[in-house]
Design a protein around this ligand. Structure first.
Ligand code: FES
Length: 158
């Protein structure tokens, strides 16, 4: 990431929202749209340029689940932990993904390929347990399916 570009980006975003009410959230939304997450350097830059305490910015960033503080992976694995999926074994799927990819919820694998997130009901409870990888939906997933699903996406990447 080129720092001059980041400074300019933040400047343009602040300029766009400076007179609007509730602008901090909009500023952070714009930054996340641009980078896929809110880099710490960007948060520092907002703090400097908008003369806003960094703690206030992180208060907003950590309050809303929507904001990501680390770069997203190429593929986001969403595991549903809604009631139906939970009862049909979703916790075991999470455990298996963590074990295979060595990644925790809300984080991205070291190779930048997978980001793991937990969601509450994907709206297709009849297919429980459900996970999605990118836009692909996997239904009635068993623990033993997880390795194949991950391998499928590694192959696509390769
Ligand atoms: S609980 Fe998982 S899709 Fe609804």
């Amino acid at each position: 990431m080129v720092v001059e570009t980041l400074k300019d980006d933040v400047k343009a975003v602040i300029e766009r929202w400076k007179d609007k009410e509730g602008n901090l959230i909009m500023i952070l939304h714009d930054i996340q749209d641009r980078y896929g997450y809110v880099p710490r350097e960007a948060a520092l830059e907002v703090s400097r340029q908008a003369d806003m305490p960094l703690a206030r910015i992180y208060e907003v960033l950590t309050f809303y689940n929507y904001f990501k503080l680390t770069p997203p992976g190429k593929f986001t694995i969403s595991v549903c932990l809604g009631t139906a999926c939970y009862l049909k074994g979703a916790p075991a799927l999470i455990e298996e993904i963590r074990r295979l990819l060595q990644v925790d919820e809300g984080h991205t694998t070291k190779d930048g390929l997978f980001h793991l997130q937990i969601v509450r009901c994907l709206g297709c409870c009849g297919l429980a347990p459900v996970i999605t990888v990118g836009h692909k939906v996997y239904s009635a997933v068993k623990r033993t399916d997880v390795m194949g699903i991950i391998a499928e996406h590694k192959t696509v990447e390769a």
